[in-house]
Ligand binder design. Sequence first.
Ligand code: ZN
Length: 197
Amino acid sequence: MHAAAVQQVIDELGRLPGIGPKSAQRLAFHLMKLPTEDTARLTAAIDEMKARVRFCDRCFNVSESELCTMCADDRRDATLLCVVEEPRDIVAVERTGGFRGRYHVLGGAISPIEGIGPDQLRVRELMARLEPEGVVEVILATNPTVEGDGTALYISNLLGEMPVQITKLARGITTGSILEYTNKEILADAISGRRDY
Ligand code: ZN
């Protein structure tokens, strides 16, 4: 048994994605050994992020103002809309340097096991953007996982009635992989070689 204050930190760290009980314990003891000014810097950075960063009103990317830098940039092609699961996927696509359209962040993928349905995602907000923004092509760039593929299928069915072209990334990205960890050249090829859904 650890002291209650240590156990509290272990419990909180253990709630983060990808941190198991052992990692949580290791991190907590590491933090305990750090000088106070180091841990203060970490908590201050988290506080500042929470105070300053919000979600973009339009695409739900992380942003420091109402519109994110992508939505506020008039040079980007508004007719081309890339739909992704999370803001970190935007970072992955931007790293390829080959996409000049705009984005829409769903906030996850449909997962019945985790109780996430379309209503928990920004699907309605996506549909509402298409006509006013003059979107011509929607690129479904969800992760090639069971949940990501299911989400893309759901959205493509919804879009079926709308006068937009629906495309998906070309093959080349391994099934089950996550865009964030996909090699930049492979992702660039998958975007430029995208095909009709
Ligand atoms: Zn935005």
